[in-house]
Design a protein around this ligand. Structure first.
Ligand code: PEP
Ligand code: MN
Length: 336
């Protein structure tokens, strides 16, 4: 249920009302907008009498929220969520560029790629230390050593780090990681999502291969329901009958998710297409479509990459792409 308060509500009446709602067992999500304050109630609101609440002096109007996701719902929080990493912000008109290799392979590799993508304008370094691979015989990532190398690249370049967690037991290693990624295969690992909801780290959830928008938003809700509201949504392509591309990039994710939710939306054209030559056109399409950011795989030697070489851009190609992204984003911002 959403309760929109009148402008400048009487403080005492508001405090009394909030205490009354809390006493009834509701979780109250407060959103302070430019002119109105909005209270989002989570709990069994079926027992609440809408007419009684509407009649209160401090209340402007009351609406029931039909969607099962509440905290992730834009109705609860009309303004875009902006996640502040200190050196860069995600959401709210900022364009976040996460770039780096699929997997961290060696010190030379991650440092070289980190320096190159930073030089081209990337704002966050990506790199997998724990890799969810389809085959148990494929390279599984360097684990803790990979995290240490990412932190070394962070010290060298100042770029914040996004990297994937596969299970809860790895969480202790993520203390100095800036954004924790939950991969497509773990989008519905509800225990993992709940535990990440108890941390204060930004969590980027990638859309499962066959997940609907509502299912993705419910995964965000799992994290948010535990108190962590710093959630980022990532569209990385879904399974369709098409086999030419690795997945099918669902660009409608941008307007749809931004209509339904206040959370930032990031597009991953690398995993969506599986082909390096398709990454730039899809990245540009996403920027034109209003994405809050991109996550792009970049490798210094794609043919020798231990994972996802075929979809990785060389640093030079990434640099060329960034030269197009920047004016396009500026143009799109001016057109708003
Ligand atoms: C990744 O980002 O390297 C990855 C494994 O992505 P996804 O979960 O989207 O497949
Ligand atoms: Mn990859």
């Amino acid at each position: 249920m959403i309760i929109v308060l009148k402008e400048n509500p009487n403080k005492e009446q508001l405090e009394f009302f909030l205490a009354w709602l809390e006493d009834k067992g509701f979780q109250i999500h407060q959103s302070i907008g430019e002119s109105h304050m909005i209270l989002g109630l989570v709990g069994d609101t079926a027992t609440l009498d809408i007419d009684l609440i509407t009649a209160l002096d401090i209340v402007d109007n009351v609406k029931r929220v039909q969607e099962p996701y509440k905290k992730a719902n834009r109705k609860f929080h009309p303004e875009d969520t902006v996640i502040d990493l200190g050196c860069t912000k995600i959401g709210g008109g900022n364009l976040t560029i996460m770039a780096g290799p699929c997997s961290v392979e060696s010190e030379e590799q991650i440092i070289a790629v980190a320096k190159a993508v930073k030089e081209s304008g990337a704002t966050i370094l990506r790199g997998g230390a724990f890799k969810p691979r389809t085959s148990p015989y494929s390279f599984q990532g360097k684990g803790k050593e990979g995290i240490d190398l990412l932190l070394e690249a962070k010290r060298e370049t100042g770029l914040p780090i996004v990297t994937e967690i596969m299970e809860l037991s790895q969480l202790d290693l993520f203390d100095e990681i800036d954004v924790i990624q939950v991969g497509a295969r773990n989008m519905q690992n509800f225990n993992l999502l709940k535990e990440l909801g108890k941390t204060d780290k930004p969590i980027m959830i990638k859309r499962g291969m066959s997940a609907t928008f509502e299912e993705l938003l419910m995964s965000a809700e799992y994290v948010m329901s535990q108190g962590n509201e710093k959630v980022i949504l990532c569209e990385r392509g879904i399974r369709t009958f098409e086999t030419f591309t690795r997945n099918t990039l669902d660009l409608s994710a941008i307007p749809v998710l931004k209509e339904l939710s206040h959370l930032p939306v990031i597009i991953d054209p690398s995993h969506a297409t599986g082909k390096a030559r398709l990454v730039a056109p899809m990245a540009l399409a996403a920027v034109a479509g209003g994405t809050d950011g991109l996550i792009i795989e970049v490798h210094n030697d794609p043919p020798r990459a231990l994972c996802d070489g075929s979809q990785s851009l060389r640093p030079e190609a990434f640099d060329e792409l960034m030269k197009k992204i920047s004016p396009l984003h500026k143009l799109m911002s001016e057109m708003k």
